[in-house]
Design a protein around this ligand. Structure first.
Ligand code: EPU
Length: 338
């Protein structure tokens, strides 16, 4: 049912008190087909919302239509001795999905434990953490084309996955509603433990021969120690992407700041830790009104209670400016701003 003046405060992890002029929760393709013929759909601007864990609303009123994806279902499509092909509905909670896979012994998504959001939003920005990205376990997805009303299948190449991006964030922004995502997971998984903190955490937990449950537990511990829980403190994870710069530029940065943190990205480029840049520019733990920079992870902006989207955004822009002045590096937001 299409609602008017619908509160989105429970549908954005910054916990902003935002109202949508029009709102509709979708559970299947029929809902979308019907909605396409509605006057509101035709006349109003629109946005597609998953878990609201990567978005920042600037104003307290969204003058348009918000389409929320709420379909459910996680099924095995096929399996053999080594792999299992799983299909998950876009409206499933990502953490619920990961836990289900980990408990079933299907490996591949354990490093992506506890990322807030829905399954459908995962390919949108190619979510990633602790050395794994969604594209590593992705098989295909099914999406509804709002322009034509048709169902379209996308494979890995079609999605053009990049660092926190895909075609759904660029050329096809707001055009496709992702309905389900198919994954290929492993029954005898090779664990990915290269990301330093995981090995350390497993040691701390006294685990010497880890399995996927142990890795999931280690990742959960690391996340809990660094990243604020949006249910307690509003936030959208990393606010900016880690900037990718030429190795020579990074070498110069290292000369001036020997403690600069960067990870080799490919032959020519380095991904610099934006958290380090922001901390070094003096922002870690800063607070302006109810908008702030998290005390344990400078890449995360938080809402202490009554911050507005504009206050958080203006803090982000101040940080961007100050990092640019100090290091000559431009930070690009990772969150979607509406
Ligand atoms: N660092 C600092 N100060 C800080 C924060 C970080 O100096 O305040 C330095 C530390 O040296 C640390 C390094 O930066 O070792 C990297 O920090 P961290 O491991 O926390 O990862 P990140 O690069 O800040 C990225 C993702 C996170 C993901 C983690 C773990 C992006 C934009 N962010 O953060 O993803 O959980 O790696 O893999 O790529 C998200 O996308 O919302 C998100 C939380």
């Amino acid at each position: 049912m299409l609602s008017r003046n619908f509160s989105l405060s429970k549908h954005n992890t910054f916990g902003l008190d935002v109202m949508a002029a029009y709102f509709m929760a979708i559970t299947d393709t029929r809902d979308l087909k019907k909605l396409r013929n509605d006057r509101i759909f035709i006349e109003e601007k629109r946005m597609i919302l998953g878990g609201g864990s990567n978005c920042l609303f600037l104003d307290d009123y969204y003058e348009g239509l918000v389409i929320l994806i709420e379909n459910k279902g996680i099924n095995i499509v096929s399996e053999d001795n080594d792999t299992v092909h799983i299909s998950a509905a876009a409206g499933e909670d990502w953490t619920f999905f990961v836990e289900k896979m980990v408990n079933a012994g299907y490996g591949g998504v354990e490093n992506l434990s506890r990322i807030p959001g829905k399954v459908g939003a995962a390919p949108m920005q190619n979510i990633g953490a602790y050395g794994v990205e969604l594209k590593d376990v992705f098989y295909s997805l099914q999406a509804f084309d709002l322009n034509t009303g048709e169902l379209v299948n996308f494979d890995c190449n079609d999605c053009e996955f990049g660092y926190r991006t895909s075609v759904f964030k660029t050329i096809y922004k707001d055009r496709f509603v992702i309905l389900s995502v198919d994954f290929v997971l492993q029954k005898n998984p090779l664990l990915k433990l290269e990301y330093g903190a995981i090995k350390q955490k497993l040691e701390d937990l006294g685990v010497h021969k880890p399995n996927i449950k142990d890795v999931s537990r280690a990742v959960t511990h690391i996340r809990e120690s660094k990243l604020p829980d949006p249910k307690i403190l509003g936030n959208a994870g990393s606010f900016f992407k880690n900037p990718v710069i030429h190795n020579l530029v990074f070498d110069d940065l290292k000369k001036e700041f020997p403690d600069a943190v960067g990870f080799s990205n490919n032959h020519n480029t380095t991904k610099v830790a934006a958290g380090w840049l922001i901390e070094k520019a003096g922002w870690k733990g800063c607070r302006k009104g109810d908008a702030g920079v998290h005390k344990n992870q400078a890449l995360v902006l938080v809402n202490y209670g009554k911050a507005t989207g504009r206050e958080i955004y203006s803090l982000a822009m101040e940080i961007q400016q100050s990092v640019k002045e100090k290091f000559g590096i431009l930070l690009e937001p990772e969150v979607n701003v509406f």
